[in-house]
Design a protein around this ligand. Structure first.
Ligand code: NAP
Length: 303
């Protein structure tokens, strides 16, 4: 008898995380990718793409009832941290109402929902790595919306887990620039860049996060998990590592501070994660910064 394949629906199908989740899973599961607008030019064989905005409750219900996934992974989000300060309604609708819609639909058909959140739910003032149950205190509007999304999911009472992550990088056919690919692009074009040396976090390779999320999705663990690269370093030090590995001109990189950069949204300065729950309950170990970059380069040698 052939075992039934898991049916996995990924929202944010063309985003950095969503596309990594789908690419990695081709052949192993029956895959559906939901996106606001279809992009046939970057579609991958082995994935059925479906148009749908997560803010539209009726559309979400129709898609989920039609597809009958046993697992839904929400990688869709309003992710423009600074933009959210001015574009509050759009941010809230996607990051809170959208999550509530998915939770409602998941509960209705008894599907499991894994939702992705952020280290920005913390204010960054804790002196040791953040555990999942540490006190939250989001600083900017994006961060507040992500925390409200977590709470909407918990309130819905669906079979669900939340994965908080940070500083995602990687590549796919459809994804746009992220911190690492931006640094590479700037340095390759001989453009000087100024990078903050006072924001410390754990860079996370999107494909590694995707593997961990699939594991979480297929487990029966619930609650919140911290999932990120295992090593904390400043953006500046991470940029030097990128330049080293890709043999780029480090003299183009100079230090700056968050205060001098004047980013619109406030951010936590130190948001290291304690990854012990991930290790203990899912047996997942994440790479440090250099090892993650090496994996990335090995996977995309032509970048
Ligand atoms: N990137 C990071 O450093 C980082 C750090 C911490 C946490 N996270 C979290 O990780 C998750 C994945 O982030 P990412 O880096 O992969 O983001 P991303 O590349 O910006 O992708 C987000 C995707 O969501 C889609 N989307 C936005 N609003 C939507 C809506 N209303 N309905 C359906 N789709 C919608 C976007 O589609 P369009 O192209 O149509 O806008 C895009 O494809 C998010 O929950 C984010 O908050 C990311």
């Amino acid at each position: 008898m052939q075992l039934l394949k898991n049916r996995i629906l990924v929202t944010g199908a063309y985003g950095l995380l969503g596309s990594n989740l789908l690419e990695l899973s081709i052949g192993n599961y029956t895959l559906y990718g939901m996106a606001r607008a279809l992009r046939p030019d970057v579609n991958m064989p082995g994935i059925e793409y479906i148009e749908g905005d997560i803010v539209d409750r009726k559309r979400v219900l129709d898609v989920i009832k039609a597809v009958q996934p046993n697992v839904i992974i929400n990688a869709a989000a309003y992710t423009n941290v600074d933009g959210s300060e001015d574009d509050r309604e759009a941010c809230w609708k996607t990051n809170v109402d959208g999550v509530a819609n998915l939770a409602y639909a998941a509960k209705l058909i008894d599907a499991r929902l894994v939702h992705v959140s952020t280290d920005y739910v913390f204010d960054g003032t804790k002196k040791s790595p953040y555990k999942e149950d540490d006190r939250v205190n989001p600083l900017g509007f994006y961060a507040k919306s992500k925390l409200a999304g977590e709470n909407a999911l918990i309130a819905a009472g669906a079979n669900a887990a939340i994965a908080r992550t940070m500083i995602l990088y990687g590549k796919s056919k459809s994804s746009g620039l992220n911190f690492v690919t931006w640094v590479i692009e700037q340095l390759r074009s001989n453009k000087p860049i100024r990078i903050v040396d006072d924001q410390v976090g754990q860079p996370t390779l999107a494909s590694e996060l995707a593997e961990a999320l699939i594991k979480l999705a297929l487990s029966d663990c619930d609650g919140i998990f911290h999932i990120s690269g295992s090593e904390a370093l400043s953006r500046y030090d991470f940029t030097l590592e990128i330049a080293d590995l890709f043999r780029l001109d480090k003299s183009l990189i100079s230090r700056t501070t968050t205060e001098a950069l004047q980013q619109k949204a406030p951010r936590p300065m130190h948001s290291e994660f304690d990854l012990s729950r991930l290790q203990a309950e899912l047996g997942v170990t994440m790479s440090g910064a250099w090892a993650g970059l090496q994996k990335f380069k090995a996977r995309y040698p032509l970048i």
